[in-house]
Design a protein around this ligand. Structure first.
Ligand code: DCP
Ligand code: MN
Ligand code: MG
Length: 454
C-alpha cells in the first residue's frame, strides 16, 4: 500500500529491486473518487481526507498517513461505486505504467540534432527574406517590433490594438495572408521556431545518458476524463502527419534487433458512442464495416469517397467529434473553412442521420444535472459542478463535459484494460517485447525481431 507507487517502483527497479504485490495506491484511489480534486501530495491528501496537518513528517508518519488514507479512501471508493474500477482496471495499470516509464523510448540525439540544423538553415533563410520585405532588420520574435513593422511601416491593417502594442496573433496574421508575402513567412518562421524549441532543443535534454532513451512520465491521476497523460516530455502529442513531424519521428527508433509494433483502435470513440447511444444507423454503419470518418470527409470536402486523402480523413475527425460533442456552427465553419450556413447544414444533416446521438447527448446532460456527475461504462465518475454555475459559459462547458466524458472516458477505460491484458500476456508467454508508449487509443510495442510475428 503506497502513495504514488510508480515513483517508488521505478526508483527500486533502477536499483535492481522488483516490486511485487502492489495492492493499493492512495493517489490513484483519490483520483477515482474525484478526478478533479486530486491533491497529488500525501500531506495535502491527508489534509483533504483526514483533516490532519502534520508540521513535520518523518518516514513513520508517512506510513501512518498512508494507512489511514487507505482505510478512508477505500470506504469512499465503495460508497461511490468505483471500487471495482479501481481494483480491476486502475490498480493493475500502476505496474504497467511504471514499467513503461522504466522502459523508456529510444531516441537518437544525433538524428534530432541533424534535424535541428536543417530547421535552423530554413529559419535563417526565412529571417533574411522577412528582413528584405521589411526593408530593415528587427527582432522577429518581438511582437512589439513585429507590430511596428507590419502595421506602421508596411501599412497593413491592424485588427486589434492592446496596451502592449498591436496583436500579431496567429488569427490576425492568417486574416492578413493575402495582403503581404511577409505574413506567410512569419507564420512559417513561428511554426519552425516552436518545433525547434519543443522537439529539438526541447527533447534532447530528456534523453537519458545511460540508457539513450527518453523516460517520459505516464500519469494516471491528472486528466478529468480518465485518460493517461504524459509529461517531461509529452510523447503523446508528437506531430505525426506533416513533413516535420515525420522527421521528428525518425529520431525515435527501436533498439538494434527490435522493431516497433503499433496498434491504434479504429474510430474508437464513435464505436463507443454507437454502443452507448444505441443509435441504429451508426451501429449499422459499423456492422457493415463502414468508415464514418472517410464518409464525412467525402461529404464535407466534396471529393469522391475513394479519393479522400489521409489528411482529409484526419480533418474530418474534428468534424465528427465536434458535432457529436456539441460544436456550434460558428466553430465548425472555422474548422473546415465553410460558411456558417453550410456548417449548420452539416450539423443538422448529421444529427438527423444519427438521430439517436442527439437524444443520447441530451439525456446525458439531463442525467448530469440530476446526479451531479456522469459515468463511463466501467463506472468511472466525473463530477460536473459546472452545470450549477451561475455563469453561462461555465454551464455550456459543463454540458460539453457531460456529453464528452462518458464516451472519451469509456474509450480510456477500454485502453487501460487492453494495456493490462497485453502486459500480462507478454509476460505469461515470455515474449521479448515491451510496452513503451500509449497515445490514448494507440499502443506502441518494441519487440525483438524473433518474437515480432507472435
Ligand atoms: N479525437 C478527437 N478529435 C480529433 C481526433 C481524435 O476527439 N480531432 C479523439 C477521438 C478519437 C480518439 O481521439 O476516437 C483517437 O484518435 P484517432 O486519431 O486514433 O481517431 P479514431 O480512432 O477515431 O480514428 P482512426 O480510425 O483513424 O484511428
Ligand atoms: Mn484510432
Ligand atoms: Mg490514435
Amino acid at each position: 500500500i503506497g502513495y504514488d507507487v510508480t515513483e517508488d517502483y521505478v526508483l527500486l527497479k533502477e536499483n535492481g529491486i522488483k516490486t511485487e504485490n502492489i495492492a493499493y495506491d492512495v493517489e490513484v484511489a483519490a483520483y477515482d473518487i474525484d478526478a478533479i480534486n486530486v491533491r497529488h501530495k500525501l500531506e495535502e491528501t491527508a489534509e483533504q481526507y483526514l483533516k490532519l496537518t502534520l508540521p513535520e513528517l518523518n518516514e513513520g508518519a508517512f506510513a501512518y498517513l498512508i494507512y489511514r488514507l487507505y482505510n478512508i479512501t477505500k470506504q469512499k471508493l465503495e460508497e461511490s461505486g468505483t471500487l471495482k474500477l479501481f481494483n480491476t482496471i486502475e490498480m493493475p495499470l500502476v505496474e504497467v505504467l511504471s514499467e513503461m516509464q522504466y522502459n523508456g523510448m529510444k531516441c537518437d540525439s544525433e538524428e534530432l540534432a541533424k534535424f535541428g540544423i536543417s530547421l535552423k538553415e530554413r529559419l535563417n533563410q526565412l529571417t533574411n527574406e522577412i528582413y528584405e520585405i521589411a526593408g530593415e532588420e528587427f527582432n522577429i520574435n518581438s511582437t512589439k517590433q513585429l507590430g511596428v513593422i507590419l502595421f506602421e511601416k508596411l501599412g497593413l491593417k491592424a485588427k486589434k490594438k492592446t496596451k502592449s502594442g498591436y496583436s500579431t496573433s496567429e488569427e490576425v496574421l492568417n486574416s492578413l495572408i493575402d495582403d503581404s508575402p511577409i505574413i506567410e513567412k512569419i507564420l512559417e518562421y513561428r511554426g519552425l521556431m516552436k518545433l525547434n524549441s519543443t522537439y529539438v532543443d526541447g527533447l534532447i535534454p530528456y534523453i537519458n545518458k545511460k540508457t539513450g532513451r527518453i523516460h517520459s512520465y505516464f500519469h494516471q491521476t491528472i486528466t478529468a476524463t480518465g485518460r493517461i497523460s504524459s509529461t517531461n516530455p509529452n510523447l503523446q502529442n508528437i506531430p505525426a502527419r506533416d513533413e516535420f513531424g515525420k522527421n521528428i519521428k525518425k529520431a525515435f527508433k527501436p533498439e538494434k534487433g527490435y522493431v516497433y509494433i503499433d496498434a491504434d483502435y479504429s474510430q474508437v470513440e464513435l464505436r463507443v458512442l454507437a454502443h452507448i447511444s444505441g443509435d441504429e444507423n451508426m451501429i449499422r454503419a459499423f456492422n457493415n464495416d463502414e468508415d464514418i470518418h472517410r464518409e464525412v470527409a467525402s461529404k464535407v470536402f466534396d471529393v469522391p469517397f475513394e479519393e479522400v486523402t489521409k489528411e482529409q480523413r484526419s480533418r474530418a475527425k474534428a468534424v465528427n467529434f465536434g458535432i457529436v460533442y456539441g460544436i456550434t456552427s460558428f466553430g465548425l465553419a472555422k474548422q473546415i473553412g465553410a460558411s456558417r450556413k453550410q456548417a449548420q447544414e452539416y450539423i443538422d444533416n448529421y444529427l438527423e442521420k444519427y438521430s439517436g446521438i442527439k437524444a443520447f447527448m441530451e439525456e446525458s446532460v439531463e442525467m448530469a444535472k440530476q446526479n451531479g456527475y456522469v459515468e463511463t461504462l466501467f463506472g468511472r465518475r466525473r463530477n460536473v459542478p459546472e452545470l450549477k454555475s451561475s455563469n453561462f459559459m461555465m454551464r455550456e462547458f459543463g454540458k460539453r463535459v457531460a456529453m464528452n466524458t462518458p464516451i472519451q472516458g469509456t474509450a480510456a477505460d477500454i485502453m487501460k484494460i487492453a494495456m493490462n491484458n497485453v502486459y500480462k500476456e507478454l509476460k505469461a508467454k515470455n515474449i521479448d517485447a515491451k510496452l513503451i508508449l500509449q497515445v490514448h487509443d494507440e499502443l506502441l510495442i518494441e519487440a525483438s525481431e524473433k518474437d515480432a510475428e507472435e
